[in-house]
Design a protein around this ligand. Structure first.
Ligand code: PEP
Length: 253
Protein backbone atom coordinates (compact mmCIF):
# COMPACT_ATOMS: atom_id res chain seq x y z
CA UNK A 1 0.00 0.00 0.00
CA UNK A 2 1.66 3.21 -1.19
CA UNK A 3 0.81 6.29 0.86
CA UNK A 4 0.49 9.27 -1.51
CA UNK A 5 2.97 12.08 -1.07
CA UNK A 6 2.34 15.73 -1.91
CA UNK A 7 5.70 17.50 -1.71
CA UNK A 8 6.26 21.22 -2.13
CA UNK A 9 9.51 22.40 -3.69
CA UNK A 10 9.97 26.02 -2.66
CA UNK A 11 13.04 26.45 -4.86
CA UNK A 12 14.87 29.76 -4.20
CA UNK A 13 11.88 31.45 -2.59
CA UNK A 14 11.11 32.61 0.97
CA UNK A 15 13.18 34.23 3.69
CA UNK A 16 13.11 32.59 7.14
CA UNK A 17 10.19 34.76 8.25
CA UNK A 18 8.21 34.06 5.09
CA UNK A 19 8.90 30.33 5.40
CA UNK A 20 7.72 30.29 9.03
CA UNK A 21 4.57 32.22 8.13
CA UNK A 22 3.70 29.79 5.31
CA UNK A 23 4.33 26.73 7.47
CA UNK A 24 2.12 28.05 10.30
CA UNK A 25 -0.71 28.71 7.82
CA UNK A 26 -0.25 25.38 6.02
CA UNK A 27 -0.18 23.42 9.24
CA UNK A 28 -3.54 24.90 10.26
CA UNK A 29 -5.04 24.12 6.86
CA UNK A 30 -3.99 20.46 6.77
CA UNK A 31 -4.39 19.55 10.47
CA UNK A 32 -6.13 16.23 10.79
CA UNK A 33 -5.81 15.35 7.11
CA UNK A 34 -5.22 11.59 6.92
CA UNK A 35 -4.16 9.17 4.21
CA UNK A 36 -1.61 11.46 2.58
CA UNK A 37 1.90 12.59 3.46
CA UNK A 38 2.68 16.27 2.99
CA UNK A 39 6.23 17.62 2.76
CA UNK A 40 7.75 21.05 2.31
CA UNK A 41 11.25 21.59 0.93
CA UNK A 42 12.39 25.10 1.90
CA UNK A 43 15.73 26.63 0.85
CA UNK A 44 18.72 25.64 3.03
CA UNK A 45 18.64 28.87 5.06
CA UNK A 46 15.13 28.11 6.32
CA UNK A 47 15.53 24.36 6.89
CA UNK A 48 16.52 24.30 10.56
CA UNK A 49 13.98 27.00 11.51
CA UNK A 50 11.15 25.23 9.70
CA UNK A 51 12.26 21.94 11.30
CA UNK A 52 12.03 23.47 14.79
CA UNK A 53 8.69 25.07 14.00
CA UNK A 54 7.20 21.79 12.76
CA UNK A 55 8.24 20.15 16.04
CA UNK A 56 6.83 23.04 18.07
CA UNK A 57 3.51 22.82 16.19
CA UNK A 58 3.49 19.03 16.59
CA UNK A 59 2.89 19.04 12.85
CA UNK A 60 2.43 16.03 10.60
CA UNK A 61 4.16 17.89 7.74
CA UNK A 62 7.48 16.30 6.74
CA UNK A 63 10.62 18.34 6.14
CA UNK A 64 12.49 18.01 2.85
CA UNK A 65 15.66 19.49 1.36
CA UNK A 66 16.18 20.49 -2.26
CA UNK A 67 19.72 19.23 -2.63
CA UNK A 68 22.68 17.63 -0.82
CA UNK A 69 26.38 16.98 -1.33
CA UNK A 70 27.45 13.32 -1.10
CA UNK A 71 30.26 13.70 1.47
CA UNK A 72 29.89 13.66 5.26
CA UNK A 73 32.06 16.79 5.77
CA UNK A 74 35.13 18.50 4.38
CA UNK A 75 36.44 21.26 2.16
CA UNK A 76 33.40 21.62 -0.10
CA UNK A 77 32.65 25.33 0.06
CA UNK A 78 28.99 26.14 -0.25
CA UNK A 79 27.79 22.57 0.10
CA UNK A 80 25.63 20.83 2.73
CA UNK A 81 26.14 17.23 3.86
CA UNK A 82 23.54 14.49 4.47
CA UNK A 83 24.53 14.45 8.17
CA UNK A 84 23.74 18.17 8.45
CA UNK A 85 20.37 17.69 6.77
CA UNK A 86 19.45 14.78 8.96
CA UNK A 87 20.42 16.74 12.10
CA UNK A 88 18.13 19.58 10.97
CA UNK A 89 15.18 17.15 10.91
CA UNK A 90 15.13 16.50 7.16
CA UNK A 91 13.41 13.33 5.98
CA UNK A 92 13.04 13.77 2.19
CA UNK A 93 15.80 15.01 -0.13
CA UNK A 94 15.10 16.07 -3.71
CA UNK A 95 17.86 14.81 -5.97
CA UNK A 96 18.48 15.52 -9.65
CA UNK A 97 15.85 18.22 -10.12
CA UNK A 98 15.93 19.33 -13.76
CA UNK A 99 16.93 22.85 -12.71
CA UNK A 100 20.05 21.39 -11.10
CA UNK A 101 20.72 19.11 -14.04
CA UNK A 102 20.22 21.87 -16.63
CA UNK A 103 21.36 25.09 -14.91
CA UNK A 104 23.96 23.72 -12.47
CA UNK A 105 25.14 21.04 -14.95
CA UNK A 106 24.75 18.16 -12.49
CA UNK A 107 25.72 14.84 -14.02
CA UNK A 108 24.10 11.45 -13.53
CA UNK A 109 27.36 10.32 -11.91
CA UNK A 110 27.06 12.97 -9.18
CA UNK A 111 23.34 12.22 -8.80
CA UNK A 112 24.14 8.53 -8.27
CA UNK A 113 26.58 9.51 -5.47
CA UNK A 114 23.97 11.74 -3.86
CA UNK A 115 21.40 8.94 -3.91
CA UNK A 116 23.77 6.57 -2.20
CA UNK A 117 24.69 9.15 0.44
CA UNK A 118 21.07 10.04 1.24
CA UNK A 119 20.07 6.39 1.63
CA UNK A 120 23.13 5.66 3.78
CA UNK A 121 21.97 8.45 6.10
CA UNK A 122 18.46 7.01 6.39
CA UNK A 123 16.65 9.77 4.55
CA UNK A 124 14.32 9.31 1.59
CA UNK A 125 15.46 10.57 -1.80
CA UNK A 126 12.98 12.04 -4.25
CA UNK A 127 14.75 11.33 -7.53
CA UNK A 128 13.59 13.59 -10.36
CA UNK A 129 13.71 12.34 -13.92
CA UNK A 130 12.14 13.57 -17.14
CA UNK A 131 12.62 14.60 -20.72
CA UNK A 132 12.88 17.90 -22.59
CA UNK A 133 10.26 18.96 -25.14
CA UNK A 134 12.73 18.24 -27.93
CA UNK A 135 13.27 14.70 -26.64
CA UNK A 136 9.52 14.10 -26.33
CA UNK A 137 8.84 15.37 -29.83
CA UNK A 138 11.60 13.15 -31.20
CA UNK A 139 10.00 10.10 -29.53
CA UNK A 140 12.89 9.79 -27.07
CA UNK A 141 11.06 10.47 -23.78
CA UNK A 142 11.13 6.89 -22.50
CA UNK A 143 14.70 6.38 -23.69
CA UNK A 144 15.84 9.45 -21.75
CA UNK A 145 14.10 8.36 -18.55
CA UNK A 146 15.42 4.80 -18.91
CA UNK A 147 18.95 6.13 -19.33
CA UNK A 148 18.65 8.43 -16.29
CA UNK A 149 17.36 5.57 -14.13
CA UNK A 150 20.11 3.22 -15.23
CA UNK A 151 22.85 5.71 -14.38
CA UNK A 152 21.29 7.26 -11.27
CA UNK A 153 20.56 3.89 -9.61
CA UNK A 154 23.96 2.40 -10.44
CA UNK A 155 25.47 2.72 -6.93
CA UNK A 156 22.65 1.51 -4.73
CA UNK A 157 21.40 -1.88 -3.65
CA UNK A 158 18.31 -2.60 -5.85
CA UNK A 159 16.28 -3.48 -2.73
CA UNK A 160 16.63 0.14 -1.58
CA UNK A 161 14.40 1.20 -4.48
CA UNK A 162 11.37 0.09 -2.42
CA UNK A 163 11.86 2.95 0.05
CA UNK A 164 12.56 5.60 -2.54
CA UNK A 165 10.38 8.24 -4.14
CA UNK A 166 10.65 8.99 -7.86
CA UNK A 167 9.24 12.09 -9.52
CA UNK A 168 8.48 12.09 -13.22
CA UNK A 169 8.89 15.71 -14.19
CA UNK A 170 8.70 16.45 -17.91
CA UNK A 171 10.92 19.53 -18.21
CA UNK A 172 8.49 21.18 -20.63
CA UNK A 173 5.80 21.14 -17.93
CA UNK A 174 7.83 22.71 -15.09
CA UNK A 175 6.83 26.28 -14.29
CA UNK A 176 5.29 26.65 -17.75
CA UNK A 177 1.62 26.21 -16.92
CA UNK A 178 1.63 23.33 -19.40
CA UNK A 179 0.72 20.05 -17.65
CA UNK A 180 1.20 16.57 -19.04
CA UNK A 181 -2.21 14.93 -19.45
CA UNK A 182 -3.13 12.41 -16.76
CA UNK A 183 -2.69 9.71 -19.44
CA UNK A 184 0.83 10.98 -20.29
CA UNK A 185 1.71 10.89 -16.58
CA UNK A 186 0.27 7.38 -16.17
CA UNK A 187 2.06 6.09 -19.27
CA UNK A 188 5.45 7.33 -18.08
CA UNK A 189 4.95 6.40 -14.42
CA UNK A 190 3.96 2.89 -15.41
CA UNK A 191 7.04 2.72 -17.66
CA UNK A 192 9.19 3.86 -14.72
CA UNK A 193 7.68 1.14 -12.51
CA UNK A 194 8.51 -1.46 -15.18
CA UNK A 195 12.09 -0.21 -15.27
CA UNK A 196 12.31 -0.38 -11.47
CA UNK A 197 10.95 -3.94 -11.61
CA UNK A 198 13.64 -4.91 -14.07
CA UNK A 199 16.29 -3.63 -11.63
CA UNK A 200 14.85 -4.67 -8.25
CA UNK A 201 12.01 -7.07 -8.99
CA UNK A 202 8.23 -6.58 -9.07
CA UNK A 203 7.75 -6.46 -5.31
CA UNK A 204 10.33 -3.71 -4.85
CA UNK A 205 8.89 -1.70 -7.76
CA UNK A 206 5.40 -2.04 -6.35
CA UNK A 207 6.45 -0.36 -3.09
CA UNK A 208 8.29 2.61 -4.62
CA UNK A 209 6.27 5.82 -4.84
CA UNK A 210 6.27 7.56 -8.21
CA UNK A 211 5.08 11.17 -8.25
CA UNK A 212 4.18 13.45 -11.13
CA UNK A 213 5.52 17.01 -11.22
CA UNK A 214 4.95 19.87 -13.64
CA UNK A 215 2.46 22.73 -13.19
CA UNK A 216 0.31 20.82 -10.69
CA UNK A 217 -2.51 23.02 -9.39
CA UNK A 218 -5.69 22.58 -7.33
CA UNK A 219 -7.56 22.45 -10.66
CA UNK A 220 -5.71 19.46 -12.15
CA UNK A 221 -4.59 17.38 -9.14
CA UNK A 222 -7.79 15.30 -8.86
CA UNK A 223 -7.50 13.91 -12.40
CA UNK A 224 -3.76 13.28 -12.07
CA UNK A 225 -4.25 11.40 -8.80
CA UNK A 226 -6.84 9.08 -10.37
CA UNK A 227 -4.05 7.41 -12.32
CA UNK A 228 -2.98 4.01 -11.04
CA UNK A 229 0.77 4.61 -11.07
CA UNK A 230 0.72 8.22 -9.83
CA UNK A 231 1.43 8.18 -6.10
CA UNK A 232 1.48 11.90 -5.49
CA UNK A 233 2.88 15.16 -6.80
CA UNK A 234 5.98 17.28 -6.60
CA UNK A 235 4.68 20.84 -6.67
CA UNK A 236 6.72 23.96 -7.36
CA UNK A 237 4.92 27.28 -7.89
CA UNK A 238 1.61 26.25 -6.31
CA UNK A 239 3.34 25.10 -3.11
CA UNK A 240 4.45 28.64 -2.22
CA UNK A 241 0.95 29.62 -1.20
CA UNK A 242 -0.41 27.73 1.83
CA UNK A 243 -4.03 27.83 0.71
CA UNK A 244 -3.26 26.62 -2.81
CA UNK A 245 -0.91 23.90 -1.58
CA UNK A 246 -3.37 22.70 1.06
CA UNK A 247 -6.12 22.34 -1.52
CA UNK A 248 -3.75 20.21 -3.62
CA UNK A 249 -3.08 18.05 -0.54
CA UNK A 250 -6.86 17.82 0.01
CA UNK A 251 -7.41 16.45 -3.50
CA UNK A 252 -9.65 13.65 -2.20
CA UNK A 253 -12.30 16.06 -0.88
C1 PEP B 1 9.11 21.58 -9.65
O1 PEP B 1 9.84 22.51 -9.41
O2 PEP B 1 9.47 20.43 -9.33
C2 PEP B 1 7.83 21.81 -10.33
C3 PEP B 1 7.13 20.78 -10.70
O3 PEP B 1 7.47 23.13 -10.53
P1 PEP B 1 6.02 23.68 -10.99
O4 PEP B 1 4.99 22.97 -10.16
O5 PEP B 1 6.06 25.14 -10.74
O6 PEP B 1 5.86 23.34 -12.45
Amino acid sequence: MRIPLIAGNWKMYKTNDEAAHTVRELDKLVKGLAGVHIAVCPPFTALAGVGRLLTELDSKIWLGAQNVYPEPEGAFTGEISPIMLSAAGVYYVIIGHSERREILKETDELIAEKLRAVLENNMVPILCIGETLEEREAGRAQGKVQDQLKKDLSLIDPEQIAGMVFAYEPIWAIGTGRTATPDDAQEMNSFIRQQLASVGGAEVADQARILYGGSVKPQNIKDIMKMEDVDGALVGGASLNAEEFSSIARYKE
